[in-house]
Design a protein around this ligand. Structure first.
Ligand code: IVH
Length: 708
């Protein structure tokens, strides 16, 4: 085992040596963490090593290499993702839905092979993500480095999502010569496997999306698919995707004679391989594996939707071949969706922070896959119409990887008679009675009353939430009391039928977020179940929140599309609320990662008088609305570069990333418009052309200097 060196590093090492040592250590600990699931360092210790490396690399940019653990997040792909052909098609699998179909497949496999041959199977979990192909090519000192990551695409041609794949910590950026040798791998090879979004990361992502007023992703697979195609590698890096390897190829052919040894080799060379894979000698053992695997579903932390069974021997696979789109030598045993039948008792219409009205089914509680389900989303009016569902119907409810269970269909037979009561989508807000509106082209109905108690309630809950102002003690029940509402208003238990909307009865202590900061001890003591201790603690928390800073205030305002990261970037760029509020869309878009959609949402938000008043009110209550201004430099803004020849240290890819992240553009050919040609060794015709056109020529050192 490698010894962990405690910082500061012994000064006897040269920067180069120390960088190498740090990289080795970081790679080793990434492996322990992401592949072995057995970390030896705390996150803080890991971060300390990483920070040290980043510092050294900053000081010695000439020593930066693309496979350094610090280089996971690079420049963004400029014009979407390039399309690239696969070395061999990425196929899908035929499915078996029960034991009978599985045994029939086993029969076909054995009949297609000589009866003298034993058939071994490898069972793997069927991870519910999307497949990726990773291409490794020769790197320095006999190692291999990740050159490219492709999505499945249409199976023949994938999309080059390398910049995003690099951010996945369980994807090695390089494989050392020693590791290659240990498993007998060539320097060029291809790994295929599945990228998944762990459930915890999925929940977090949806919380953030909701906080930013964006629709939640339906399930982890969709979320993973969306994430891997995001054009912002640093957002991808935050999402914590995970990659499990299962195939190893060379020039489109499987490299090793068995699937079981392939998994071993992948594991040894530093890839994450799912630990539940197993080689088995008979279909009976396979059936047992599946029975054992199904109950794992609720405890893995990532979604699986079945088991993949593969013929172990590559030679046998070859003889079995393919049918159309799927191999004959593998099959997916699909678990049944976790579903149950129950009665739709009623529908409640929830009003969200943005005013969106969501119909939610209130169900007779039913146990599905170990969880009691009593609510399911009906999404919107269109979905109710599509299902043709009525109150009193029996419905089939599925709980997939989805956040909220969903109603799949109405069940109708002798024991399940149809309900009789139509679901009427309200024309008025179920809480404040103002007329609902629908924006053309959108499916959602919205309450546009900015003072709607349901909306204010959601705004307050968002304001106090963890990760926002973080006001402890200001949860559902307290917010409801402060607003003079019954605790259930706008919440779950209020089943709103056609008969009418709930009424606000008690006196409200607050009506806006600003009112929170005017609350007095006596106000709080006048509430039920609030004693001196609770009142004082809450007041202290509210007081503390005044110092949360500009980014948190921005996040707390709940501007559409402004999540945590965007709020931070905006705060750092503008430095004060005043500057931000008076910024034009164009000025807003000068912030990294802010596009027209976000800038428009911000401009629209501050065009609403109530919002401006709230901000002024908060400022007058003493909330901190400034941030340290950090100017994001776009030193190469407006400059066009062309790269040619081999640079001594930087790969072309990294040079391009560096130029682009400093705001410059990299083009493929030299013209009069080219500002700089960056030329390395063996620069050819481009150098000649640049010289003849009088374009400035830089070497690597010159480029690095320009980059500052
Ligand atoms: S083997 C031709 N192994 O399932 C071989 N696929 O329904 C196909 N998947 O596209 C891939 N876990 O995205 C294989 N252990 C596993 C898998 C797996 C999940 C996905 C993969 C594939 C789909 C086919």
């Amino acid at each position: 085992m490698r010894i962990f060196i405690i910082l500061p590093m012994p000064s006897a090492l040269t920067p180069d040596q120390e960088i190498q040592e740090l990289r080795d250590q970081l790679r080793h600990h990434e492996y322990l963490y992401y592949v072995d699931d057995a970390p030896e360092l705390t996150d803080a210790q890991y971060d300390a090593l990483m920070n040290r490396l980043k510092k050294l690399e900053e000081k010695h940019p000439e020593l930066v290499t693309t496979d350094s653990p610090s280089q996971r997040v690079g420049g963004k792909p400029k014009d979407g993702f390039a399309k690239m052909p696969h070395s061999r098609p990425m196929l899908s699998l035929d499915n078996a839905y029960n034991e009978e179909e599985l045994r029939a497949w086993d029969q076909r496999v054995r009949e297609a092979l000589p009866s003298s041959e034993a058939v071994r199977y490898v069972c793997e979990l069927k991870l519910d993500g999307l497949s990726l192909a990773l291409h490794y090519v020769p790197g320095a000192h006999g190692s291999s480095h990740l050159e490219r990551g492709l999505t499945r695409g249409d199976g023949s041609i994938g999309e080059d999502v390398t910049s995003n794949v690099r951010t996945i910590r369980s994807v090695p950026l390089s494989v050392s010569a020693a590791k290659l040798k240990a498993v007998g791998l060539p320097q060029s090879f291809e790994v295929r496997g599945e990228v998944v979004l762990p459930q915890a990361a999925f929940v977090k992502m949806n919380e953030e999306r909701e906080a930013a007023g964006m629709a939640a992703a339906a399930n982890p697979r969709n979320a993973a698919a969306g994430t891997i195609r995001t054009l912002e590698p640093n957002i991808v890096a935050q999402r914590r995707l995970d990659f499990y390897a299962y195939f190893l190829l060379k020039d489109g052919e499987f490299l090793l004679p068995q699937q079981s040894t392939t998994l071993e080799a992948l594991r040894t060379s530093g890839f994450r391989v799912n630990k539940y894979a197993k080689a088995l000698k008979s279909i009976d053992e396979v059936v047992k594996f599946i029975a054992d695997a199904e109950p794992l579903r609720d405890s893995l932390g990532y979604e699986i939707d079945g088991v993949v069974i593969k013929v172990d021997a590559t030679a046998q696979q070859k003889r079995l071949g393919f049918t159309g789109k799927a191999p004959r030598w593998a099959i997916a045993y699909k678990f049944a969706a976790r579903a149950g039948i129950t009665k739709l008792e009623g529908v409640l219409f929830q009003v969200g922070r943005t005013g969106k009205v969501t119909p939610v089914a209130a169900l007779t509680p039913v146990l599905i896959g170990g969880t009691t389900v009593s609510r399911a989303t009906l999404h919107n009016a269109d979905e109710i119409a599509r299902l043709g569902v009525r109150i009193g119907d029996f419905v089939s409810v599925e709980r997939g990887g989805d956040v909220i269970p969903k109603i799949v269909e109405v069940v109708e037979d002798k024991t399940h008679l149809r309900g009789t009561k139509e679901i009427v989508f309200p024309e008025n807000c179920p809480v404040c009675s103002s007329e609902l509106q629908k924006i053309e082209g959108e499916v959602d109905w919205r309450c546009v009353n900015n003072s709607c108690p349901a909306r204010v309630r959601e705004e307050l809950l968002h304001w106090s939430a963890r990760g926002v102002m973080n006001i402890e003690g200001l949860g559902d029940a307290m917010v409801a009391q402060l607003l003079g509402q019954s605790a259930e208003l706008g919440g779950d238990a209020e089943v709103v039928t056609e008969e009418g909307a709930p009424v606000v009865t008690r006196k409200a202590l607050i009506r806006t977020i600003g009112d929170l900061y005017r609350l007095k001890r006596d106000d709080l003591l006048s509430l039920e179940r609030v004693g001196e201790k609770t009142a004082d603690a809450l007041l202290a928390e509210i007081e503390r929140s005044k110092r949360a800073g500009l980014a948190r205030v921005l996040l707390g305002l709940g501007i559409r599309f402004v999540g945590e990261r965007t709020a931070q970037l905006l705060a750092a760029h503008f430095g004060s609320m005043d500057e931000l509020m008076s910024a034009t869309a164009e000025q807003l878009e000068a912030v990294n990662e802010v596009g027209p959609k976000v800038s428009q949402a911000i401009v629209e938000f501050f065009a609403v008088e109530k919002n401006v008043e709230l901000v002024k009110d908060l400022a007058s209550q003493g909330l901190e609305m400034t941030a340290e201004k950090r100017v994001t430099t776009s030193t190469l803004e407006g400059l066009t570069f062309v790269l040619t020849g081999t640079l001594p240290n930087l790969t072309r890819e990294l040079a391009k990333e560096k130029i682009e992240s400093a705001g410059g553009r990299v083009s493929g050919s030299v013209s009069k418009k080219t500002n700089y040609l960056v030329a390395g060794e063996e620069a050819g015709s481009k150098l000649d052309k640049a010289t003849s056109l009088g374009v400035a020529v830089l070497d690597e050192a010159g480029l690095l200097e320009l980059l500052g």
